[in-house]
Design a binder for this molecule. Structure first.
Ligand code: GDP
Length: 364
């Protein structure tokens, strides 16, 4: 999964992104991740991995990871090509979801591009650029579809969808909030619009506000109400504190978080929010050689889940042997779980569940 970090200048994006790259493992440790200075890789926190690692006396633990892409350079006018303009916008097209960093801290030493701290205005500024870019894309697509309609009546559905989207965008709203059928939503996904991507707002709050409830912070509360209306996520984070945490050892980090009254770091919250927003779950594979978590979308069937490990696993899929993580731990070993009849043999139509510990059987 790839999350793109956007936001106006001077809101704390770089501070947060640097914390991500420092906290995260070297991308080189994850051969499946992009090695790029603008990409940071963070492990998905999952305490089950260590427990399984102990059970199997395993040599290597590999967590699921999320890639964060630093998409700097969005300024007012980007959709007209100002700043990095279109280059910036094209980077957004490649991510699964957007992390929109919004400044909610006051600091006279840090200039705000629009003179004052106002989260809703900032969000609208960025959103407008995405909407304008989408409007242009929708109009172009509509011209093409209208021309094609003359010989191909099947274009009508697409034209109707584009009309709907155009209306929403012209009202200054994101494509995300358009009232669409499932079929239309699938069609919209193929248009790769920027404002149709899921969004998590990262409210960058002052160090002193960390641990406070959202209701105690009026600008954050306003942003949260807004996020809820459009079914987006929101987390509060202090980029500065994340930056400090990213330089600590695990024990020290835990103590520091407790002092602040936090259960987990902002970064971990961000990863958890991303999982929830995108409807992701993890399944696990465990053995002496490696214990590992794999990310899939809810509703994924066993063969496609196997395909995450290797395309051959999907092609030659026979069945999956599955035990629920809690059952496995309660039994103490795979053999004991098997004796109790808790290891199931599942076929091609099995829908994977969170925390399934899996062994795939396949033909090569
Ligand atoms: P970017 O332009 O969005 O990448 O913003 P930066 O991360 O470069 O931050 C801009 C300035 O704001 C820097 O001087 C940071 O030290 C400062 N800054 C970032 N986050 C915080 C914060 O949570 N509190 C305060 N007081 N300053 C911050």
């Amino acid at each position: 999964m790839k999350l793109g970090i956007v936001g106006l200048p001077n809101v704390g994006k770089s501070t947060l992104f640097n914390a991500i790259t420092r906290a995260g493992a070297e991308a080189a440790n994850y051969p499946f991740c992009t090695i790029d200075p603008n990409v940071g890789v963070v492990a998905v926190p999952d305490p089950r991995l260590k427990v399984l690692g102990d059970l199997y006396d395993t040599e290597k633990i590999t967590p699921a990871v999320i890639e964060f892409v630093d998409i700097a350079g969005l300024v007012r006018g980007a959709s007209r090509g100002e700043g990095l303009g279109n280059k910036f916008l094209s980077h957004i097209r490649e991510v699964d979801a957007i992390v929109h960093v919004v400044r909610c801290f006051e600091d006279p030493n840090v200039v705000h591009v629009d003179g004052s701290v106002d989260p809703l205005r900032d969000v609208e500024t960025i959103q407008l650029e995405l909407i304008l870019s989408d409007l242009e894309a929708v109009e172009k697509r509509m011209d093409r579809a209208r021309k094609a309609l003359k010989g191909d009546k099947s274009q009508q559905g697409l034209i109707d969808l584009l009309e709907k989207l155009k209306k929403v965008l012209e009202e200054g709203k994101s494509a995300r909030v358009a009232d669409l059928s499932d079929e239309e939503r699938e069609m919209m996904d193929e248009l790769f619009l920027l404002s149709s991507k899921p969004v998590i707002y990262a409210a960058n709050i002052a160090e002193g506000d960390v641990g406070k409830a959202i209701d105690e912070l009026p600008p954050v509360k306003a942003l949260n109400d807004y996020a809820q209306q459009e079914h987006s996520g929101l987390i509060t984070i202090s980029a500065q504190i994340e930056s400090e945490i990213s330089q600590m050892e695990d024990d020290e980090k835990q103590l520091f978080l407790e002092e602040l009254g936090l259960k987990e770091s902002g970064l971990d919250q961000l990863v958890t929010a991303g999982y929830a927003l995108l409807g992701l779950i993890s399944y696990l594979t465990a053995g002496k050689k490696e214990v590992r978590a794999w990310t899939i979308t809810k509703g994924t069937k066993a063969p496609q889940a196997a395909g995450k490990i290797h395309t051959d696993f999907e092609k030659g899929f026979i069945r999956a042997e599955i035990v629920n993580y809690d059952d496995l731990i309660a039994c103490g070993s795979m053999t004991a779980a098997r004796e109790k009849g808790l290891v199931r043999s599942e076929g091609r139509d099995y829908v994977m569940q969170e925390g399934d510990v899996v062994l795939f059987r396949f033909n090569v």
